[in-house]
Design a protein around this ligand. Structure first.
Ligand code: NDP
Length: 280
């Protein structure tokens, strides 16, 4: 029976640790504050923003909500971000993505002060990660490293394969595994003979956005599988990019969906907000 990596428990442990840190920060007169900007009313974004607010409440982080109309212009949004950049009482700024089509996400992200970039999406944060300098790291891949470490899964010297090269998951994931001394390969839609590459992996991280794509033919005996994908299947049940039941008997450890990577993303966002107080 493989080790089931319990993201729910690990994320709860992290939130409880952060709660204690926040108590100390408050005693020192440095209460962390996160500003969350949502433009429009995309239902999925509203759920994510609500979950972030709840996590802030639990940990004791102040949260400021800016709910802007769908018609907000780029200049108006930039003005708000700049105001928040200038506010000494705001430590973290998060602009919920995706933004409505008329707004340029990269211009908005670049406007956020890198010292308040708790999502870790600013080019300066990404640059710091790539050259091994301290800085904010994208929350989902940072959460995966915590999952591995807290499950006592060694990364040092391991063959690590990341399937997916998005800016928010695949690329930072590969850099973090490299930072932990993994031997890292990144695959994407143009990779030739994907199975041949994924079967080399001691640690296989899958972030491709295709339900149940990875079956046991892609997996080496005893591999550790981290499934980032999240989908609803035909019967409205949550599933990942990995066919969990199919690979189950082949692997040594695996993250379930739900309850694996998902809960870690918010926990690591909270971690970034707390770190933002005495910013890197
Ligand atoms: P993107 O769609 O941005 O990236 C998908 C990546 O997968 C691309 O690099 C693409 O390659 C690659 N890919 C697609 N098809 C194949 C294939 N057949 N073989 C090999 N590679 C392939 O997705 P994200 O990184 O944003 O997200 C991935 C998944 O993770 C989604 O299901 C998303 O919902 C989930 N997710 C979950 C989070 C959580 O908190 N649990 C957080 C973020 C995402 P190419 O670059 O060549 O197109």
């Amino acid at each position: 029976m493989p080790q089931i990596i319990d993201g729910k428990k690990i994320s709860q442990d992290i939130k409880d640790e952060l709660k204690l840190k926040v108590e100390t920060l408050k005693k020192q007169g440095k209460p962390p504050t996160l500003a969350v900007i949502q433009v429009g009313q995309d239902p999925a974004s509203t759920v994510y923003v609500g979950n972030k607010k709840k996590a802030c409440e639990y940990i004791g982080i102040n949260s400021l909500a800016f709910e802007l109309s769908e018609e907000t212009t780029q200049d108006e949004l930039i003005k708000l971000v700049n105001e928040l950049n200038d506010r000494a009482d705001v430590n973290g700024i998060l602009v919920q993505l995706p933004l409505p089509k008329h707004l340029d996400e990269s211009i908005i992200i670049n406007t956020i002060d890198p010292k308040k970039d708790v999502d870790g999406f600013h080019p300066i944060s990404v640059g710091n990660l790539s050259i091994g300098q301290p800085g904010f790291v994208s929350c989902t891949p940072a959460g995966i490293i915590e999952l591995l470490k807290r499950s006592n899964i060694e990364i040092d010297g391991k063959e690590c394969v990341v399937v997916g090269r998005s800016n928010i998951v695949g690329k930072p994931m590969a850099l973090l595994l490299l930072r932990e001394n993994g031997t890292v390969t990144i695959c994407h839609s143009k990779t030739k003979d994907l199975k041949e590459v994924t079967r080399r992996a001691d640690i296989l991280v899958v972030a491709i956005g295709k339900p149940n794509f990875i079956t046991k033919e892609y997996v080496k005996d005893g591999a550790v599988i981290i499934d980032v994908g999240i989908h609803r299947n035909q019967v409205n049940k949550l599933c990942g990019d990995v066919d969990y039941l199919d690979v189950f008997d082949t692997v040594s450890a695996i993250t379930p969906v739900p309850g694996g990577v998902g809960p870690m993303t918010i926990a690591m966002l909270m971690n970034n907000c707390v770190n933002a107080v005495d910013c890197f």
